[in-house]
Write a protein that binds this ligand. Structure first.
Ligand code: UDP
Length: 243
């Protein structure tokens, strides 16, 4: 039985970072594709309106609380989550595991060149890391069929998908039986971080739960997206009190 907390209708795994890492190792031993999703407040607000997205998230094999808002909201339900587990950190950990376990990785998503840059950067850090392939994230249906064929042919163990939410989660869910991978993880902007195109917030902001503030300062155009944070807190508060 998974220890999880249902927040605005979505089951979030109550795991520490180390426990999440143990799951990754376990997933790599399994025969079927395991899906990892990393919802933050913004995604959970979207999931309340989009029942298809909510269903996809609830089918995840590991659904981690990527944002501090999710951890705060869990307290309203009387079942506090142990800690925030970010998708960006867990992606880094999975890359390290792939290297030590000799598992191969495919990167799908990002602007032209980003997935390739991430592959090169990781090869510098982990010489000889197995990169099965990569493809940018701006494709139509016709190209998509070709990309899927390529993934099937290259047989990666892990695929990181950065197509922005909720597209990446739905893409993983819809293709999970075709891909033949052990782990498919939706990573969004984290791919840009590993490509070196976007800087992660300094540790101070991460530790104090203020990563959102740092990102807002760096990218003021995120302001309207971020209005979803107080909206999420209000939604979760109401949901917890009326259950
Ligand atoms: N992206 C993509 N195809 C699209 C839309 C977005 O490849 O059609 C990529 C984009 O280039 C970037 C990532 O998705 O690399 C951004 O994802 P998201 O918006 O989820 O970013 P986050 O919220 O994590 O900053």
């Amino acid at each position: 039985m998974r220890d999880s907390v249902e927040i605005v209708g979505i089951n979030i795994d109550n795991v520490t970072f180390e426990e999440a890492e143990d799951r990754l190792l376990d997933f790599l031993q399994q025969d079927e594709t395991k899906m990892i999703f990393t919802p933050n407040s913004e995604l959970l607000v979207d999931a309340v309106k989009d029942t298809g997205f909510a269903q996809v998230l609830n089918n995840g094999d590991l659904v981690i609380p990527d944002g501090i808002g999710v951890v705060i909201a869990s307290k309203f339900y009387g079942s506090p989550l142990k800690e925030r587990v970010t998708g960006c950190d867990l992606m880094g950990s999975l890359i390290g595991i792939a290297y030590s376990e000799k598992k191969s990785i495919y990167f799908l998503g990002g602007k032209e060149g980003v997935a390739e840059e991430a592959s090169q950067k990781l090869n510098d850090k982990y010489p000889g890391i197995k990169i099965a392939g990569f493809h940018h994230g701006y494709f139509d249906e016709k190209e998509e069929a070709k990309i899927i064929d390529e993934i099937i042919e290259k047989k990666p163990d892990i695929i990181f998908v950065a197509l922005s939410a909720p597209r990446q989660e739905k893409w993983i869910y819809n293709n999970r039986h075709k891909l033949g991978v052990k782990i498919a993880m939706g990573v969004g902007g984290s791919l840009d971080v590993y490509a070196g195109r976007v800087k992660r917030a300094p540790e101070f902001y991460q530790k104090t739960g203020l990563e959102w503030l740092y990102r807002l300062m760096k990218e003021p155009k995120r302001f309207f997206r971020m209005l979803k944070l107080p909206k999420f807190i209000a939604l979760a508060f109401y949901d917890a009190k009326t259950r």
